[in-house]
Design a protein around this ligand. Structure first.
Ligand code: NAP
Length: 527
């Protein structure tokens, strides 16, 4: 049952007077449950509980944390139909998407559990002492990764489950040994509370300390700002807009003790279409891209917002088919009136720029909160001169940049900002003839795709989800896959420490049987 209250550790609490409701975009009405925003006292209580919980939670074994993560997955599944109903009522997204995202969320939790059970992620490194070394003896040094401390997590509007309350950031931080304080997303506060209740139940059942998890309601930015500035908080995970991510990054950097903010933000995901690929497959690629641009009403961080190619008859055919196909797609419901409003105004702003030609815009009758898809075109020269055209329009929108020649194509790619993904559509000799373009694109992105679409993010260890700024605030890390655990740890060395007082991962006997580096050699052997 949804109460509208905050979870301050294991306790439901609603001391504040500021309340709000979520919105059903399909029905175009407010939902009925009233949520109470967390007060400064509640934020402080949650943060102090998290700090206390860190003392014991950070020492839990990988196996114990894995039991906790698996229990969270089970409790989320046990929420059953209620979770799916609340998710769809707060997002306008269809049931199939809700179920798919739930599967992905519990799958992520279980993947982290398996990662912990295997254990080698901790990167144990041992350099044994050489007391007889000349001219000076060498000391015994042993290094491993240790958790940072309490982490604040901000979820995004477009992934109420997989990038929110028990999404990738939370799963990774809990796996690392860090308590989590979630700043609940106001657009899906009910989904958030249900998932929070599952995490709390799992924590109680598996004996995790009170404060290992808290969920704080908010209808504006203040709760998040207070959380980021709280002195016990040691890191921030953010998924959302560039504006929001950058504001929190600046806030964290200006603290007396600056802390890392891993913000995964918007992106236009450029798609470079090389000439030969259009010779025979212009129509096929146009159809494929009409589908990718409109998938989920374009509300994906990997939406292909920019298509870049060289002027030709085949490109003309591509743009014609794209225009025909895109208007055939049924418009879909967007997440919230505020998202529709931002989409409409960003779209209008781009279309009003000089040199923009609208290739096609859906003119179907649409219900309130539905988004009309649009593709437009601009010459390479105008694109190079106008940074407004380089920005994300969150929704079913894409801009085709028509370049004069290979040199201009390369110039356009080189001028792009950092991106989550880049795509090359190419055939035959073009892949060699355009290798400078491919290389320029590689420098701008976290993941490069060959003859495919950027939408669809596989959750697996080899996925890189994050890219050079402004796609992410730190391109060295991924937000998806078990590798994302590395954002919530720091390296720590023990020097000349007695074997019996060392953590299990570093003991001579290797009781965890993990892969370690001993005197430069990777091994599961004892010291
Ligand atoms: P958003 O408006 O940035 O909101 C995200 C969260 O941050 C919300 O809880 C929001 O609170 C909070 N927030 C925003 N600005 C803040 C500030 N200045 N101070 C404190 N808190 C602040 O983003 P969204 O509309 O939810 O999500 C859509 C965006 O996310 C798109 O740009 C999409 O591309 C991106 N996205 C990126 C990824 C990725 O992995 N890179 C994945 C999914 C989505 P309030 O709502 O209360 O303001």
């Amino acid at each position: 049952m949804i109460t509208g209250k905050n979870y301050i550790g294991n306790t439901l609490s609603a001391l504040g007077s500021k309340t709000y409701t979520t919105f059903n975009p399909q029905k175009n009405t407010e939902n009925t449950i009233v949520f109470t925003e967390a007060t400064s006292d509640e934020i402080n209580d949650a943060a102090l509980l998290a700090s206390k919980a860190f003392q014991t939670y950070s020492k839990k074994s990988g196996k114990d944390k894995a039991v906790f993560l698996r229990a969270i997955a089970e409790e989320i599944e046990a929420l059953g139909a209620e979770l799916i109903e609340v998710y769809t009522s707060e997002s306008g997204l269809p049931t199939g998407r809700a179920m798919g995202e739930r599967g992905r969320t519990v799958g992520q939790l279980r993947a982290f559990a398996a990662h912990l059970e295997e254990g080698s992620w901790i990167a144990a490194s041992i350099d044994t002492a050489q007391p007889d070394r000349q001219p000076t003896p060498k000391v015994d040094l042993r290094k491993m990764l240790v958790p940072l401390g309490p982490i604040v997590v901000f979820g995004a509007s477009n992934f109420p489950l997989a990038f929110s309350t028990a999404g990738g950031d939370t799963a990774a931080a809990l796996a690392a040994g860090c308590p989590v304080l979630v700043k609940s997303h106001p657009m899906h506060a009910g989904t958030g509370e249900l998932v929070a209740s599952a995490i709390i139940k799992a924590a109680e059942k598996t004996g995790m300390p009170n404060g290992v998890f808290s969920n704080l309601n908010s209808s504006g930015i203040e709760v998040g700002q207070e959380l980021v500035q709280h002195p016990v908080v040691k890191g921030v995970g953010f998924t959302g807009s560039i504006r929001g991510g950058r504001a929190l990054f600046n806030l964290a950097a200006n603290r007396p003790e600056p802390i890392p903010v891993f913000a995964e933000m918007g992106s236009v995901n450029p798609v470079v279409i090389l000439p030969e690929a259009l010779q025979e497959k212009a129509a096929d690629w146009a159809k494929t891209y009409a589908g990718s641009i409109t998938l989920g009403a374009g509300q994906f961080c990997t939406n292909p917002g920019l298509l870049i190619a060289i002027k030709s008859n085949q490109l003309h055919q591509f743009s014609q088919v794209l225009a025909e196909e895109i208007v055939k797609v049924e418009p879909s419901c967007m997440l919230h009136p505020a998202i529709v409003g931002a989409y409409e105004s960003n779209k209008a702003h781009v279309v009003s720029q000089s040199g923009i030609e609208v290739l096609a815009e859906s003119s179907q009758e649409i219900k309130g909160n539905y988004g009309r898809q649009i593709v437009s075109k601009v010459e390479g020269k105008m694109f190079l001169e106008n940074p407004t055209l380089h920005q994300e329009v969150f929704g079913p929108f894409s801009l085709l940049v028509q370049c004069e020649d290979k040199q201009q194509l390369e110039q356009v790619v080189k001028q792009l900002e950092g991106q989550l993904t880049g795509t090359i559509i190419g055939e035959g000799e073009d892949l060699f003839n355009y290798k400078e373009v491919v290389s320029a694109l590689q420098d701008k992105v976290g993941r490069i795709i060959f003859n495919g679409v950027p939408t669809g993010v596989e959750v697996c260890p080899s996925m890189q989800h994050g890219g050079p700024y402004p796609a992410s605030t730190d391109a060295r890390f991924t937000a998806v896959g078990v590798g994302s655990i590395k954002r919530w740890v720091r390296p720590f060395s023990f020097q000349s420490w007695p074997n019996n007082l060392l953590p299990e991962a570093l003991k001579n006997e290797n009781p965890l049987k993990i892969l370690r580096t001993i005197n430069g050699v990777k091994t599961t052997n004892k010291v």
